[in-house]
Design a protein around this ligand. Structure first.
Ligand code: FAD
Ligand code: NDP
Length: 595
């Protein structure tokens, strides 16, 4: 309870408490409604001061003053930032309407905004909507610099426009091709050769993206977030200059900033590459069919694009500098590659391009690619399209971060401490631009949302970057959560690791006469920790869906016994995880055993 100076009158006590305390509750210690209101503030992590009138000698006088001041006879009588809220019902109603936290968190500064978010992608939009919900005055700046080929897009960032969404839809388009073939085995009398229209697919996907872009704009307007389609540059730690497409400049200030500018594809420094090649920023809106295509790079983006291009029937080659899917479990990565190879993707291993020249105009025209191998050999070939996928650079070069004194890592990403706070305490970073994060949409969204809740909603939860599930959407999808086998061995030692594994065949593959042992699952367990599962890996159809569910178990510390005790759903692919009993250590054959 607040101390009550004895030399003050009842009126002075009331005024002083209301003026000095963000949340002031005039209460009675026995009153159940007062308890409820105090509980609410505790749940919201909001500090309050309560004056228990029944425990004060001059409690009656204070209550008389309150009646005069607020017109309210009863307790609780709640004030927030000097403003009268009312009793219990009114306080709960104000909270239900989403007005209580904004009243509490009302800022006292002279800047234009409470929060300016730079970057309207996954992380930036999530943070700005949440902050506005919580009553903050928010602006979002989003601007897309055109690619060297001139491609540009709307609000929503990488995932929506040139990432997850068009990629997954093209992956699906390719899967339909395989399903069409399978369907004949199930009695469908589809013709042996079925054509596919690249431009029709692109148009349909781009229409969907257009509707998403529009939806984001509407949501921002509804939430009263100011949206500026303009490029932002820091001019000092509290000020940015924005420049729109027509060159119109604006100066804006804010109490806090969130940098969520993501990244853009990197180009190798070789002749012809920027003039003649495309990247993932261009491929999803390419107006003409790509034809014979070379993908340079061997990570997520290269393999996923190669997968759907081959699935759509294009002659597809991947040029690999070293290994497939660096950072992923290498046994799984090789299995991904082997399946792709079986399904028509060609791989050139141990080679990097050294030049690209145009040898024929047209859409797509023809390019000659020269490359050198690790043995020093020079190789050349001709392609209609070359897609560069050799990594992404954070968009921090032209952001004026030096004017704001924000520390950058060697990678160009923003160094953050606990809670995504940069070296400048009022500037935060989430998503792909944050050093040490994970370049995944749900990670950026979670980080943006939780940050906004901590800044404006009295939240305490921080983003947990451990055991984040992910899936590579190659022709056979590869889903994983936790450690690769290599990392598990490095962390716990080979003797302490037990790997359970199994090949499996989804039921639908049987009638379709697909090979028996292409799909594969493994669980990596720590023997000294009751076989806690620290690595979950699955290569198969719908691996993304399977991995999402099981990752909850991994996050909650599931052991191999928990997996054994789980009853499977039959007939599914995922049930393989409930029946796995062959360890790698045993050397026994892990191939399909039948139903
Ligand atoms: P972004 O979404 O990149 O948004 C940043 C925005 O800021 C952009 O619009 C940019 O133009 C803008 N901007 C930059 N600088 C400025 C400035 N100075 N002023 C104003 N605006 C600026 N993740 C998954 O989880 N699943 C997937 O399947 C998946 N597939 C992907 C496929 C591809 C081909 C790619 C490229 C990525 C994929 N990702 C996937 C990764 C995912 O897209 C990113 O992790 C996510 O979009 C990052 O969000 P972000 O908010 O950090 O940045
Ligand atoms: P990565 O940085 O993950 O990989 C870059 C790839 O390019 C590596 O194979 C690398 O080979 C190769 N490479 C680098 N430089 C050269 C060069 N000069 N010549 C030839 N090859 C080179 O990049 P991505 O662009 O594939 O992906 C970026 C991020 O986007 C990923 O980390 C991921 O988090 C996210 N993403 C997520 C997806 C999903 O969730 N499904 C899908 C797509 C992207 P080397 O191994 O030899 O270094």
């Amino acid at each position: 309870m607040a101390p009550v100076p004895s030399n003050l009158s009842a009126a002075e006590i009331v005024d002083k408490n209301i003026a000095e305390n963000k949340v002031m509750i005039f209460s009675k210690s026995f009153c159940p409604f007062c308890h409820k209101v105090k509980d609410l503030f505790r749940r919201l992590n909001v500090e309050y001061v309560a004056l228990e009138l029944d425990l004060l000698d001059n409690g009656h006088e204070i209550q008389d003053v309150l009646i005069e001041k607020s017109g309210m006879r009863t307790v609780p009588n709640v004030y927030v930032n000097g403003e009268h809220v009312g009793g219990a019902d009114k306080t709960f109603e104000t909270h239900a309407n989403g007005q209580l936290l904004p009243m509490i968190n009302k800022s006292s500064h002279d800047y234009d905004y409470d929060l300016i978010v730079i970057g309207g992608g996954s992380g930036g939009l999530a943070a700005s909507k949440e902050a506005a919900n919580l009553g903050a005055k928010v602006a979002v700046c989003d601007f897309v610099k055109p690619t060297p080929q001139g491609t540009t897009w709307g609000l929503g960032g990488t995932c929506v426009n040139v990432g997850c969404i068009p990629k997954k839809l093209m992956h699906q388009a390719a899967i339909f091709g395989g399903d069409l073939k399978d369907s004949r085995e199930f009695g469908w009398e589809t013709p042996e050769t079925v054509g596919h229209s690249w431009s029709k697919m692109v148009e349909a996907i781009q229409n969907h993206i257009g509707s998403l872009n529009w939806g984001y704009r509407v949501t921002l307007r509804e939430k009263k977030v100011d949206y500026l389609n303009a490029y932002a540059v820091f001019t000092d730690p509290h000020t940015i200059k924005t420049v729109d497409r027509r060159g119109k400049e604006k100066i804006l200030t804010a109490d806090k900033f969130l940098v969520a500018v993501g990244g853009r594809p990197r180009y190798p420094d070789i002749p012809g590459v920027k003039e003649h090649c495309i990247t993932s920023d261009d491929i999803f809106s390419l107006p003409h069919a790509p034809g014979k295509t070379l993908l340079v790079g061997a990570s997520y983006i290269a393999l996923e694009c190669a997968g759907f291009l081959a699935g759509l029937g294009y002659d597809t080659t991947v040029m690999v500098r070293s290994i497939l899917l660096r950072g992923f479990d290498q046994q799984m990565a090789e299995k991904v590659g082997a399946y792709m190879e079986k399904h028509g993707v060609k791989f050139i291993r141990g080679a990097v391009p050294t030049s690209v020249e145009r040898i024929e105009e047209g859409s797509p025209g023809k390019l000659r690619v020269t490359a050198s191998t690790t043995e020093g050999e020079e190789i050349t070939d001709e392609y209609n399209t070359v897609v560069i996928a050799v990594g992404r650079d954070p968009c921090t070069q032209d952001l004026g971060l030096d004017a704001a004194n924000v520390e950058l890592a060697k990678s160009g990403k923003i160094v953050v401490g606990e809670g995504e706070q940069s070296s400048v305490p009022h500037i935060y970073a989430v998503g792909d631009v944050m050093e040490g994060g994970l370049e995944l949409t749900p990670v950026a969204i979670q980080a943006g949302k939780l940050l906004a809740r901590r800044l404006y909603g009295n939240g305490t939860l921080k983003t947990d970057y451990v055991n984040v599930p992910t899936t590579v959407f190659t022709p056979l999808e590869y889903g994983c959560c936790g450690l690769s086998e290599e990392k598990a061995i490095e962390k716990y030692g080979e003797d302490d690791i037990e790997v359970y594994h199994s090949n499996f065949q989804p039921l639908e593959f049987t009638v379709a006469h697909r090979p028996e042992n292409d799909c594969y699952a493994k669980l990596i367990c720590v023997r000294s920790q009751n076989e806690r599962v620290v690595g979950f890996h699955v290569l198969g159809t719908h691996a993304g869906e399977i991995t999402q569910g099981f990752s909850l178990g991994i996050k909650m510390g599931a052991t191999k016994t928990d997996f054994n005790n789980l009853i499977g759903i039959h007939p599914t692919a995922a049930e393989v995880f409930t029946t796995m009993n062959i360890t790698k250590r045993s050397g026994k054959d892990a191939s399909v055993q039948g139903c």
